[in-house]
Design a binder for this molecule. Structure first.
Ligand code: SF4
Length: 219
């Protein structure tokens, strides 16, 4: 995927890929937009914020090779959405089961903070993807930016019909329209959240257990 709509992010991802972190000097960084990961007929869509500079921007696969992924994948494995708990590289054999991971912003931003313009720029990619993912029944939004981004897409499509104004809170869930997916909010598994105890493993597992219950055990 070649996209250069965000000059700041294009420059940053290239720079990180050239300079590298000391521990990864021998590796070739991905250094460009990171595509979504998982089957196109998935019923669970996990919506993250953006690739980590030395995680997905290095490995080329969502939540792969960083601490956020080390927190996410064991939970996906325990709840039956991933084939293994480790996610180290693009060729480590991991597959997602009935789940797909996309992100609000596909290029790594400095300090994990995309600007509002960059989020808007990337929204059309997500919008297009959502139109193609016709089997999605549950969306887990990881963090408020992903949550707001999804609401913006629903609003623009004129689909936001709920009487209640959706508010982000960990574990909150919404049906924005009768025929739409269940939207579940979760704190993002960033190191900032997990190392401070704002997001614990049981809290995170409860979100995916709820998704699993909603989808049922069988496809
Ligand atoms: S963040 Fe999205 S819109 Fe911006 S350059 Fe990357 S892929 Fe393109």
């Amino acid at each position: 995927m070649a996209c250069r709509r965000c000059p700041r992010l294009a420059a940053y991802t290239r720079e990180v890929a050239a300079v590298k972190r000391r521990a990864y000097l021998a590796e070739t960084y991905w250094g460009r937009p990171v595509p979504s990961f998982g089957p196109g007929d998935a019923r669970l869509l996990i919506l993250g914020l953006a690739p980590g500079a030395h995680g997905a921007n290095r490995t080329g696969r969502a939540f792969t090779g960083d601490r956020s992924g080390a927190f996410l994948y064991p939970v996906l494995y325990k709840t039956g959405f991933a084939s293994q708990p480790e996610s180290l590289s693009r060729d480590d054999g991991l597959t997602l089961i009935d789940a797909r991971i996309a992100s609000a912003v596909r290029c790594a931003p400095p300090d994990n903070k995309p600007t509002p313009d960059e989020i808007r720029n990337c929204r059309s990619w997500l919008e297009r993807e959502l139109r193609l993912l016709t089997r999605v029944k549950v969306i887990v939004a990881l963090g408020k930016i992903a949550f707001d981004d999804y609401l913006a897409i629903e609003r623009a499509r004129g689909k936001l019909t709920t009487e209640v104004t959706p508010k982000f809170a960990h574990g909150a869930e919404y049906r924005l329209r009768e025929d739409g997916p269940l939207l579940i909010c979760s704190y993002h598994p960033s190191q900032q959240n997990t190392s401070t105890g704002r997001l614990t493993e049981p809290m995170f597992r409860a979100v995916f257990t709820r998704a699993r219950e909603y989808l049922g055990r069988d496809r």
